[in-house]
Design a protein around this ligand. Structure first.
Ligand code: NAD
Length: 241
């Protein structure tokens, strides 16, 4: 088992939903947790609640599409904590419209946040992770990377792309002791779905804590084992099989 105390993790989109659940589980395991989100106010709330219960946590304003901001944030973390051990590429967006209704700018925004963002983030942490002797990069993809439904073309393209990127990064990371995993998550009770689809039967979705628990499980694997891909599904939701 890995000793997780003294490790430093950054979670993109950590201010709410799955990202927030991951931040809580990592901080509870003794990991210094950086909550990185475009919604700084929400991220500050998560960081404060962790610090109130004696955990090490910091919020940073970070847009995963902004390479300059990312470089600055990673440099600050490495100078403050001396290392960056875990990156969770969790931030994600969607727009539920048909291809005919999808503006090109919205397609680009979704691809930028969900696919180019994880690339820029991974590139920024790769060098410090290699220099410190290893690390973990976890990419939150979706059952949308395994099958398709209507009115989600950009989301499907981005998540399918992220799954492919994650496997490519896994191959490049292994020689440097950087473990890379794609988490293929099924439907979760987060604002991502509940705000847009209030009519959804919540009992068909899983608690984001269950997926967050899987992230911790990945980090706890023995040093000589890596899990490149793992699927975590609710018992009832029907996006799979
Ligand atoms: P959410 O909308 O509840 O939370 C997403 C967070 O990402 C928000 O805090 C938001 O501010 C942040 N964010 C958005 N754009 C950002 C950017 N450019 N830079 C930094 N932060 C940004 O969503 P969620 O359900 O918690 O989703 C988390 C991840 O899980 C996403 O990648 C999503 O695609 C994936 N996922 C969700 C479900 C589901 O059913 N909710 C299922 C499978 C996969």
């Amino acid at each position: 088992m890995q000793n997780l105390t003294a490790k430093v993790a950054l979670v993109t989109g950590g201010a709410r939903g799955l990202g927030e659940a991951i931040c809580h589980i990592l901080a509870d395991a003794g990991i210094t947790t950086i909550i990185a989100d475009v919604r700084l106010e929400l991220a500050e709330k998560v960081a404060q609640s962790l610090r109130d219960s004696g955990k090490e946590a910091m919020a940073v304003a970070l847009d995963v599409t902004n390479a300059a901001q990312i470089e600055t944030a990673i440099a600050k973390i490495v100078s403050q904590y001396g290392r960056i051990d875990v990156l969770v590429n969790n931030a994600g967006v969607d727009l539920t419209v048909s291809i005919e209704e999808m503006p090109v700018q919205e397609w680009e925004r979704i691809l930028n946040v969900n696919l180019t963002g994880p690339f820029i983030m991974s590139k920024a942490v790769f060098t410090p992770m290699r220099e410190q002797g290893g690390g973990f990069i976890i990419n939150i993809t979706s059952t949308a990377a395994k099958r398709a439904w209507a009115n989600a073309s950009a989301y499907h393209a981005s998540k399918w792309g992220l799954l492919g990127f994650s496997h490519a990064l896994h191959v490049e990371g292994r020689p440097h002791n950087i473990k890379v995993t794609a988490v293929v998550a099924g439907g979760m009770r987060t604002p991502f779905l509940t705000e847009r689809f209030p009519e959804l039967d919540l009992s068909t979705l899983q608690d984001p804590k269950n997926v967050a628990q899987t992230v911790l499980y990945l980090l706890m694997q023995p040093a000589d084992t890596v899990i490149p891909e793992i699927m975590v599904l609710p018992m009832k939701e029907s996006s799979w099989p």
